[in-house]
Design a protein around this ligand. Structure first.
Ligand SMILES: NC(=O)c1ccc[n+]([C@@H]2O[C@H](COP(=O)([O-])OP(=O)(O)OC[C@H]3O[C@@H](n4cnc5c(N)ncnc54)[C@H](O)[C@@H]3O)[C@@H](O)[C@H]2O)c1
Ligand SMILES: [Zn+2]
Ligand SMILES: [Zn+2]
Length: 345
């Protein structure tokens, strides 16, 4: 079969690989769709040293859904053809965090996943431990695939801030791409917060307005003043800032508009730096909590799928064939994807 792989630092190839066989405890899944995440671009652009934790070659694609195709030894409870989403985090399952259901905080396995250092879904077939599968019922697999990360990661980032997202609160969402467009819908569906969407691309702001943002602000020199007009002066401000970019400029924007007592939640892996100085005039307001969430829990993925099945959130997807996987990533890099690109092998 053909697979879209990261074969060396800064090198991707669509190449012929053996079809995987399900090992003991594994399920062979026929891939219905694999989402193209910006994290893949970070991996594809990383220098060789940064890839030491993610041995190449491996097939990209960590947002996957499809149909059960064959069961490995010792696996039961699934029927052939059953539609499933794949929970992407691989964790030890035994540490205190895993035992509490927080695989995204595993104390033994460094952050990695299916499609991140191990073969992912940009291929016709994928073999994964049975524990990774979540049934999706009648949900379209192309819808379900982005939910496993572009849906789950913002859902988790919102869940850890739920106590601050009370009626009357304001949430600033920076970066309305794959994750951000789901964040807006999850905020609208599960909170009464006022949503201010921020992006560099007007078309992404237009989508934000269509799916529930109350206000939109173009990123750049005027953004801080425009958001301040909406949230009022310090020491007040935004109750929660969700940064799905995390470049120097977005980190500075978040710190400049967050309220005293607010939350700065840094989800993007943009590599930016946020200077932190604590003193009589701190660079981040007093009582602010800083969070760096990673992906989400299996239970939260089940909740995201339930929200989608209830029609309350909807991934805006653009489909690409496996042959066009590289084109999907090129367009993602240039901000030309509205919502999420999914590869349909
Ligand atoms: N922490 C985690 O667990 C986790 C999980 C998944 C993805 N991520 C990271 O989240 C980020 C977003 O991923 P994605 O797949 O949604 O990316 P994306 O490319 O689909 O979306 C990024 C959005 O940010 C916008 N943008 C770019 N520069 C901006 C700026 N200066 N100001 C405002 N907006 C700007 C783009 O126009 C785009 O709409 C990536 O860095 C990705 O690696 C983190
Ligand atoms: Zn991702
Ligand atoms: Zn663990």
């Amino acid at each position: 079969m053909r697979a879209f792989q990261l074969t060396a630092a800064q090198t991707t190839e669509l190449r012929e690989v053996p079809e995987p066989q399900p090992g003991p405890g594994e399920v062979l899944v026929q891939v219905g769709a694999a989402g193209a995440c910006h994290s893949d671009l970070h991996l594809m652009q990383a220098p060789a040293e940064a890839l030491s934790a993610f041995p190449v070659p491996f097939t990209l694609g960590h947002e996957n859904a499809g149909w059960v195709h064959a069961l490995g030894a010792g696996v039961g409870g699934f029927e052939q053809g059953e539609p499933v989403a794949i929970y992407g985090i691989l964790a030890c399952g035994r540490c205190r965090a895993c035992l509490a259901g927080r695989d995204n905080e595993c104390r033994n396995v460094p952050p990695s996943g299916i499609g991140i250092g191990r073969d992912g879904g940009m291929a016709p077939f994928l073999s994964v431990p049975a524990r990774q599968l979540i049934p999706i019922g009648d949900l379209d697999v192309a819808q379900a695939a982005p939910l496993t990360d572009a849906g789950l990661t913002p859902y988790h980032a919102i869940a850890i801030n739920r106590d601050a997202l009370t009626p009357g609160s304001t949430c600033v969402v920076i970066g309305i791409g794959g994750l951000g467009h789901m964040a807006i819908q999850i905020l609208a569906a599960t909170t009464a917060a006022r949503i201010i969407a921020v992006d560099v691309e007007q078309r992404h702001l237009a989508l934000a307005r269509d799916i529930g943002a109350h206000e939109t602000v173009r990123s750049g020199g005027q953004a801080q003043a425009e958001i301040r007009d909406l949230v009022g002066p310090a020491p007040g401000g935004a109750d929660v800032v969700l940064d799905f970019v995390c470049l120097d400029e977005t980190l500075a924007l978040g710190a400049a508009v967050v309220s005293t007592g607010g939350r700065l939640t840094l989800v993007g892996l943009g590599g930016g730096t946020l200077p932190l100085q604590v003193g009589i005039a701190p660079t981040i307001p007093f009582q602010v909590s800083l969070e760096i969430p990673f992906w989400g829990t299996r239970a939260e993925l089940a909740e995201v799928i339930a929200l989608a099945r209830a029609g309350l959130i909807f991934a805006h997807i653009e489909r690409f064939s496996l042959t066009d996987a590289r084109t999907a990533y090129e367009r993602l890099e240039h901000g030309e994807i509205d919502g999420r690109a999914v590869v349909v092998p």
